[in-house]
Design a protein around this ligand. Sequence first.
Ligand SMILES: N[C@@H](CCC(=O)N[C@@H](CS)C(=O)NCC(=O)O)C(=O)O
Length: 221
Amino acid sequence: MAAKVTLYSYWRSQAAFRVRIALALKGMKAEIVSLDLMKGEQFGEGYRALNPEAAVPTLIEGEGPPMIQSLAILEYLEETHPEPPLLPKDPRARAHARALGQVVAADVHPLIVPRVRQYLTGDLGLPEAKLRKWREHWLETGTRTLETMLARDARTGRFCIGDTPGYADVCLVPHVATARMLYQADLAKYPTVARIFEACMAQDAFAAAQPVHQPDAPLAG
Ligand SMILES: N[C@@H](CCC(=O)N[C@@H](CS)C(=O)NCC(=O)O)C(=O)O
């Protein structure tokens, strides 16, 4: 019998969204435990014992121990549940997949997480309007980089690499969804990204994992 999987999540979290998609692509069911990041539930002592960073996601499979950091969790899932693979076989294509993922997960997303926003507006006194510009600037930078990387690469297919959704798509979709949710990002400037986003969202694994379908989303459905 498969071990129980628990995912600590928040409906609007980009990082938790990555893991929700990966679990669905692997055909794995998880119990979702929602933390309201806007109410600071991530800072409770109990949760910090699982995740010293006080962030989501945290994944527990079976007896544990808890795993944190969405990209590390994706690698874990790939190693322990290899079918269907999220990474391509060819080592250079694997590096490309990880690079696409890290453009958004390592270089853009950390700049806009709640604790950074809080520090900018609270501790440093940045006005809300400037914070919105900050978020938009970094999200646009990431989308532009993805577009350049994908548009020129012969390995780009219906999805980021070839015609099967994988690791890079798992990272691209939450990034684009966040940009659309936060400032109705205009994807017309990024036709390859827009096309791949639509192709992904037509897949059940991506559609079911999206923020609006999470149990803690306002008007979840
Ligand atoms: N690099 C981490 C990012 C984790 C992270 O910062 N998650 C955000 C939500 S997307 C969070 O929980 N933030 C809580 C906070 O900033 O207080 C990952 O990929 O898992």
